[in-house]
Design a protein around this ligand. Sequence first.
Ligand SMILES: NC(=O)c1ccc[n+]([C@@H]2O[C@H](COP(=O)([O-])OP(=O)(O)OC[C@H]3O[C@@H](n4cnc5c(N)ncnc54)[C@H](OP(=O)(O)O)[C@@H]3O)[C@@H](O)[C@H]2O)c1
Length: 299
Amino acid sequence: MSGNIVIGGGTGFVGKHLINALKNKNYAITVISRMPGPQHISWNDLNKSGLPQGTFAVVNLAGQNVMDFKQRWSAGFKQNVFNSRINTTSALAKAINEASVKPQAFISMSGVGAYKPDKSTQYTESSHVSNFDFFSKLVLEWEKATSLNNEAQKQCRVVSIRSGVVLGRDGGMIKQLYLPFFLGLGGPIGDGSQFLPWIHIADLVNLIIFAIENNKVKGIINGVAPSPCTNKEFSNAFAKALRRPACIPVPKLVFNIMLGNDRAKMVTEGQKVLPQRAQELGFKFQYPTVSEACLNIVK
Ligand SMILES: NC(=O)c1ccc[n+]([C@@H]2O[C@H](COP(=O)([O-])OP(=O)(O)OC[C@H]3O[C@@H](n4cnc5c(N)ncnc54)[C@H](OP(=O)(O)O)[C@@H]3O)[C@@H](O)[C@H]2O)c1
């Protein structure tokens, strides 16, 4: 397959991996970014001129980094976290509505924050979701922002990928944990019994491409590995892959102080999420278990 894929926020961690994989499949790429660059257009260009001609699919990865430790969890920062996802997604939905030739698919990132943290419930795409805190509201609004008008809906599939924490050497959580774990100073957060929904970067990239290319993929799809693990199991697997101990637990209070209570919940609490739809649709995970994922990451 080939064609042009438009990627909002394609300059980030997931975007760089996705672009490499798409180029290997001979797709052309247009990135929508706040910064100029080769094959870049700005959000302003999109609003003014719409989607580039011949757009085969649209992917949105844009969003202010929630786990930027330098940023205080202030009302202004929260607004930025919210607007950077909802406004970019709405701008892309509007551009698809207005395109004379519609792309085949609109894939947007979303998060597992839609599911209430719990130690016993197993969540799938058919589980009930509600607006119970900042992140659940964010996820529900983010997914709503993908809505297309009636005519566009008939021609363009819309997919929201509720992604777990993305594990890869060069970005996201691993980038922040690598040094402490490498120095043998890593360990679980609190007692480590909270779930940590996760997916290896290669599997997330393959899932996005699967959603672009497979016309059966539509609606919500959980972007998580098929073997859920707890925070402690992840810490042990990562430390073992690095041949280090993982015996220094970090009290939850440290994260509450460092990140703010709301944001700390992303790591001090967690959900057991299963990729039911991806598996029903025949998607194959390259890294189904956290030990395989961690071994690959430290290679
Ligand atoms: N990484 C994870 O573990 C994870 C887990 C679940 C969901 N997600 C979601 O998946 C998406 C991609 O994740 P990622 O790890 O690749 O993120 P990332 O590395 O932080 O990159 C996101 C991109 O968003 C753009 N961006 C940042 N702030 C923005 C703002 N205020 N307004 C408009 N655009 C802005 C940036 O592009 P420019 O600077 O070029 O504009 C940036 O390169 C994000 O929406 C994230 O919330 C990620």
